[in-house]
Unconditional design. Structure first.
Length: 132
């Protein structure tokens, strides 16, 4: 069985330059690209990793809905932190959204993100159970 591949764009100038999509849906599977809190005047949430995470999770919810999924369909998250000292603040925001469904999750400290002002980036994978 071959599943249709659908790509979703955020309209970012980077998508065609880098060669990626905001989200990709193949059959019931949805993958959302790494999401940050970047904004035109710096990150939403400023230098507060928890506030950046809250913005990110809001954006991820929107991306999931655009792809026909919902938060309850998420099966995996990957959270990238530039400083593991921000774990508690970011984990609190993660739990606020995912405490009921508890997806498989990985938190990683990395040396940097695309901009030095970004402290957190998150990607998610979902399976739309209604489409199985």
């Amino acid at each position: 069985m071959t599943h249709k591949r659908t790509i979703f764009s955020s309209g970012s100038k980077w998508e065609p330059l880098v060669g990626y999509s905001r989200a990709v849906k193949v059959g019931p599977f949805v993958s959302i690209s790494g999401t940050s809190a970047s904004g035109p005047d710096g990150p939403v949430g400023g230098a507060d990793a928890g506030k950046q995470a809250a913005e990110i999770f809001s954006r991820l919810g929107e991306a999931l809905r655009t792809a026909g999924a919902e938060v309850g369909d998420v099966v995996r998250t990957r959270v990238y932190l530039t400083d593991l000292a921000d774990f508690d603040a970011v984990a609190k925001e993660h739990a606020a959204l995912f405490s009921e469904i508890r997806p498989a999750t990985t938190f990683l400290q990395i040396s940097a993100l695309a901009s030095p002002d970004l402290l957190v980036e998150v990607e998610v994978d979902a399976i739309i159970a209604a489409e199985l």
